[in-house]
Design a binder for this molecule. Structure first.
Ligand code: RVP
Length: 498
């Protein structure tokens, strides 16, 4: 007969945090959310520390280079999705590593022989209204001109009009030369009253755009997560099939850490993959593993050499693994058990292995709960998918803007490696759905509100660091009736729209 665990498997909404003593010097501005990303020995510190305890999910609809740049600027890390070709993924990593604050590689490009119709389609599919015209239509091709909304009138111009007849051509443009500083670029922008400055190399290849609107943002990033060469930090998802080709390509592109992406990580495949990476790179490349939901799974991956371990099966907002396969565990219960195993492992071996709570975060307070329960950082998909910086389309449905968000186990992503149990290479049944999430604006603005809430709760607990929160927070289970008590109740809430 199966071993029955009688303890109920619980999720975040079933808990609340009980306030501790808030001392006068415990204020949100003093809270430090630095947290380790990779394994370290007692008395030492982690080689990579997040300044904001968030990483974005290894998903097509969440983590591309655009998201990675935006999140690293705010102190977190993106894991660029692995369900794409090795070359494409390595290119995304390379773009993040090459990113210079304020210098943006052009993400919407066209050739001079294409038409206004192509321009409009490109604008629709990318969301970018500034389009680079290059000889071959590539981001770094020979630069010929630029097109923005100011260069055509949809009501007057024919859709078959050629790009070369609409664009503002190079001889009419002010440009910067590669090597120019951000301050110099901005001086040109102001002098010529431009919105965009193209930066080209000595062979006339397009390298970057500098946008006037971005300047102030770039002056304000105190939280940027940088490597030793002052480049943004980025991670990437890998699988247990093609790692011998994928990992070298990612390392060559400059990736800072990789993570095996699987819905069920308690497997020999993961051990073999971790060990190959450790041996091949003599321990110099860090690798996260998962997902697991109990002590046994954690210990297996810890002993295999994982540098961090992801926790969570079936809790993701787009995930139907629990319905399809009947495997999983309430996210709170999983974190609590794995965190205890992590602490015990640290006591015994002197090796601290950070754990990541992956999936199922709905409310901002769930984040504080997950950290209090022992998570070192959180992986989120739905949360980040809502922002401008996620790679998916923004659509107007009814009177609301939404962004697309689909699971890696959905037919749309077809990421069979993530659900691979060995054997034939194909997706046999779906473990995820294709969905919309409410559009929420810019990542930076949302992150400020979210981290503001976490810091405020930490002050309610009387703590200034995540380590203190983990050690000192008091958490209580709540009954279903007290959940009702927690919202507005027994009043007639005013409709503020009228
Ligand atoms: P959420 O933040 O609740 O949207 O969950 C995101 C997580 O869901 C991912 O990090 C991943 O672990 C999991 N996921 C991704 N795709 C699927 C699926 O199709 N089932 N699940």
């Amino acid at each position: 007969m199966a071993k029955i665990i009688n303890e109920v498997s619980r999720t975040f909404t079933e808990y609340l945090i009980i306030p501790g003593l808030t001392t006068v010097d415990c204020t949100p501005d003093k809270v430090d959310m630095i947290t380790p990303l990779v394994r370290f020995k007692k008395g030492e510190s982690s080689k990579i520390n997040l300044k904001t305890p968030f990483v974005s999910a290894i998903m097509q609809s969440v983590s591309d280079d655009g998201m990675a740049i935006a999140l690293a600027k705010e102190g977190g890390v993106s894991f660029i999705y692995g369900s794409q070709s090795i070359e494409q993924q390595a290119d995304m990593v390379r773009r993040v590593k090459k990113h210079k604050a304020g210098f943006v590689e052009s993400r919407a490009n066209i050739t001079p022989e294409q038409t206004l119709e192509d321009v409009l389609n490109l604008k629709e599919s990318t969301g970018f209204s500034t389009i680079g015209v290059t000889e071959d239509g590539s981001p770094n091709g020979k630069f010929l001109g630029i097109i923005t909304g100011r260069d055509y009138r949809i009501s007057k111009d024919s859709l078959s009009k050629k790009v070369k007849d609409i664009m503002r051509p190079l001889p009419e443009l002010a440009v910067g030369e590669l090597g120019i500083s951000l301050t110099e670029a901005n001086d040109i922008i102001w002098e010529h009253k431009l919105n965009t400055l193209p930066v080209i190399d000595k062979d006339q290849n397009l390298k970057y755009f500098v946008f006037r609107k971005d300047y102030d943002n770039h002056k304000e990033n105190h939280n940027e997560l940088l490597d030793d060469h002052k480049r943004l930090v980025v991670g990437a998802g890998i699988n247990t099939r093609d790692y011998e080709e994928r990992v070298p390509a990612l390392v060559d592109a400059g990736v800072d850490t990789v993570c095996i992406d699987s819905s069920d990580g308690f497997s020999e495949w993961q051990k073999i993959t971790i060990q190959w990476i450790k041996e091949h790179y003599k321990g110099k490349v860090s690798v996260g593993a998962g997902n697991v939901v109990d002590k046994a799974g954690f210990l297996y991956l810890a002993e295999a050499g994982a540098d961090f371990i992801k926790v969570g099966v079936g809790g993701g907002s787009i995930c139907i693994t629990r319905e399809q396969k009947g495997i999983g565990r309430g996210q709170a219960t999983a974190i609590i058990e794995v965190a205890a195993a992590r602490d015990e492992y640290f006591e015994k071996t002197g090796e601290y292995i950070p754990i990541c709570s992956d999936g199922g975060i709905v409310q901002d307070y769930h984040m504080t709960l997950a950290l209090s329960m022992g998570a070192d950082f959180l992986m989120m998909g739905r949360y980040f998918a809502r922002f401008d910086e996620s790679p998916t389309r923004k659509l107007l449905i009814g009177s609301n803007y939404v962004k697309e968000y689909w699971g890696e186990g959905s037919n749309r992503a077809r990421n069979w490696q993530r659900y691979d149990m060995g054997g034939n290479n194909s997706l046999k049944f779906e473990e995820g759905v294709d969905s919309y999430v409410p559009y929420a604006g810019k990542l930076k603005d949302n992150l400020e509100i979210t981290t503001g809430k976490i810091k405020s709760t930490m002050c309610s607990c009387g703590v200034l660091t995540i380590a203190q929160l983990q050690a000192e927070a008091k958490i209580t289970l709540v009954s279903s009736t007290s959940i009702v008590e927690g919202g507005a109740h027994d009043v007639i809430v005013k409709d503020t729209k009228n």
